[in-house]
Design a protein around this ligand. Structure first.
Ligand code: SF4
Ligand code: SF4
Length: 102
């Protein structure tokens, strides 16, 4: 085994020594809408929203966008975890039963 191969495979010094991965397909979130998993639906009160962007920052599914009118949820991908409602500093997001909206 050459010294170079040994360094990369056996004794990497840091992440730069690790092999690079190639992603050949488009991101899975574009192919699989995960909103159907939701049992609770975040409802934003746009009158209360101060457009701080904290919900956008914490949403694990990147399902919130802060627009001119306030925080807007993308229900195609929101899984209903409720983190946004928990983190909103002005309690502008309520988690409601999904069954009431379908
Ligand atoms: S409920 Fe969860 S997944 Fe849905 S918008 Fe809020 S943080 Fe994102
Ligand atoms: S965290 Fe609350 S106040 Fe801030 S942008 Fe989101 S909904 Fe609006």
């Amino acid at each position: 085994m050459s010294e170079e191969v040994f360094r990369i495979v056996i004794d990497p010094k840091d992440h730069r020594d690790l092999p690079r991965a190639v992603i050949t397909d488009c991101p899975s979130h574009l192919m699989t809408k995960t909103g159907s998993w939701r049992t609770l639906r975040p409802i934003v009160d746009l009158e209360e929203c101060i457009k701080c962007g904290i919900c956008w920052k914490f949403c694990p599914d990147v399902s919130i966008e802060v627009k001119e009118e306030g925080a807007v949820v993308d229900y195609d991908y929101c899984k209903g975890c409720g983190i946004c409602a928990k983190e909103c500093p002005v309690n502008a997001i309520d988690m409601k039963k999904e069954a009431d909206y379908v």
